[in-house]
Design a protein around this ligand. Sequence first.
Ligand SMILES: *Cc1c(COP(=O)(O)O)cnc(C)c1O
Length: 408
Amino acid sequence: MALTFHLECSVLCGAGPFDATKVHHLCTCGRPLLARYDWDRVSSTWSRSTVHNGVRSMWRYSPVLPLEADETPVSLGEGWTPLLRASRLGADLGLTQLLIKDEALNPTNSFKARGMSTAVTRARALGAKTLAVPSAGNAACALAAYAARAGLQAKVFMPQDVKAPFVRECQLHGADVTLVDGLITDAGRVSAERGQPLGWYDVSTLKEPFRVEGKKTMGYEIAEQLAWSWPDWIIYPTGGGTGIVGIWKACEELERLGWVTGQRPGLISVQADGCAPIVRAFHAGATTAAPWDNASTVADGLRVPAAVGDILVLQALRESGGGAVAVSDDDMIQGMRDLGRREGVGAAPEGGATVAALRRLVDEGMIRRNDRVVLLNTGGALKYLEVLHEAQRAAGIHSQEFEARSAQ
Ligand SMILES: *Cc1c(COP(=O)(O)O)cnc(C)c1O
């Protein structure tokens, strides 16, 4: 059965195209591969009105996802998350059209579910039995759940100091957890050393071409939820960069389909003061990002000192007329509180970081009062209760329960 997609080098180095019925990871030039579809065929069988009646998950866009004919995806109901109007937080910031795409509602509490749904679907179709991933936390949880769903084995490699809820959740789904002394890059090295001789299927960010396909559906959903139009800005917390690369790919594909016209959104990458390789490279005018030394931040998903997709992220930020901002851990936590108190949204520090970045860009005048802005809350608050507790203690905010107990 011929596939309706193939793989192409993301920087068009001249190698390929590559046949997607075989296992491929990076291009021969060392850069990521991306899936490309037969647009004539997609357009002839699919329209905005057919998608309107589609399933209420990201698989409503299955003609542009890596699914074989008659194949059922490995799914837990990921995607089709709400795009919430945030008028109270918007008013605080002086904005009239603020929206929050709440990815915390995904299986395992983060947008990583989208990428793992497509990656595990494809890995299963290619005959993989054992899947491996280095992760700062959420990718490991998502792989663990989707591997379990598919009846496959997951091997996850995380930094030794990862927060306990991530380890417990991986174990809950039957994954084999290895903690590595160092950062996600070190976890990647150990995972590759162990896995390559044993033939494990590597699901590392952008070293495998299909996670980004799941993540691009965030772009499709934002457009569909805005009646097939783009906001002025999308603010996205950036680690490995698949979110930015995916949303930019969605912009290109939706134009090709003719479903969305008009100016694409400006993409804004948010990183942490303690780990901001993309922000530094963006402001230096560089095309690639040098690795960040001594990376440190409370936002695990942003603690990524080097990314294989750096070139693609920087390209997307520049071509979109967007920007890049680094924020402090304290400001991220304040952003979590703002989302929690003003909008009822439980955000991870990465989601809080988008609020901190937005506040800065409004102050600087880059984002204006009537601009339509989408914040991506990429993950939920519940794996970060310890972080919130410590921040409250440091700020001298005691809960009534705490005070009642200490008064006894
Ligand atoms: C992984 C992660 C990120 C970073 O996403 P990329 O697309 O890899 O840049 C942001 N937020 C959360 C909650 C994450 O888990």
